[in-house]
Design a protein around this ligand. Structure first.
Ligand SMILES: [Zn+2]
Length: 179
């Protein structure tokens, strides 16, 4: 069976090197919708693949991008310095913040979150199937496991500013993603 949970964030970015001049040469934002598809061929004791309340760290992860500037590591140093200086909430990421980049990034990170989720209600074989990131009302990108071959990064390549981390109730959950 497949279950799906929807998350939202308001994010700011520039997508360098894309075809659209508006997108590649202007800081702008979108109201993102992130759909997380999780599957299992078994059910827990509540006849669920897993309870959505167990996705609280996924919610926190997506919320870490809310009202946050997503800063691609490929930006020039002077631009990075400007963003860091004038924004409290910055996520430094190893992929360009296109919908495709976000989908790959979220797939990788949410997969790690699920790996470290403490299942105690008979859940079994819970797997992340896909992550779909809607940048607008009419377009989305979807990543699944095979698509990770397109990129190479780890959670250590994602760095949230102190202004983002201040909203966390601790750093353990994030540090765990690198183990
Ligand atoms: Zn955009």
């Amino acid at each position: 069976m497949i279950i799906r949970k929807l998350f939202k964030f308001e994010g700011a970015h520039v997508v360098r090197n894309c075809s659209s001049v508006r997108c590649r040469e202007n800081i702008h934002g979108h109201s993102y919708v992130v759909e997380v598809f999780i599957e299992s061929d078994r059910l827990d004791r509540g006849y669920m693949v897993m309870d959505f309340t167990l996705l609280d760290r996924v919610k926190l992860l997506v919320d870490s991008f809310d009202h946050t500037y997503s800063l691609w590591e490929g930006e020039p140093d002077d631009f990075k310095a400007f963003i860091r200086r004038y924004n409290r909430r910055v996520a430094e990421i190893p992929v360009s913040p296109s919908a495709e980049g976000y989908a790959l990034l979220f797939f990788y990170l949410i997969d790690r979150v699920l790996l470290h989720t403490d299942f105690r209600n008979g859940e079994s074989g819970v797997r992340l199937r896909a992550v779909r990131v809607h940048e607008t009302a009419t377009g989305y990108a979807e990543a699944s496991r095979d698509d990770l071959a397109l990129v190479r990064f780890t959670a250590a390549d994602v760095r949230f500013s102190p202004g983002v981390r201040a909203d966390w109730d601790g750093e353990e959950w994030w540090d765990a993603l690198n183990r």
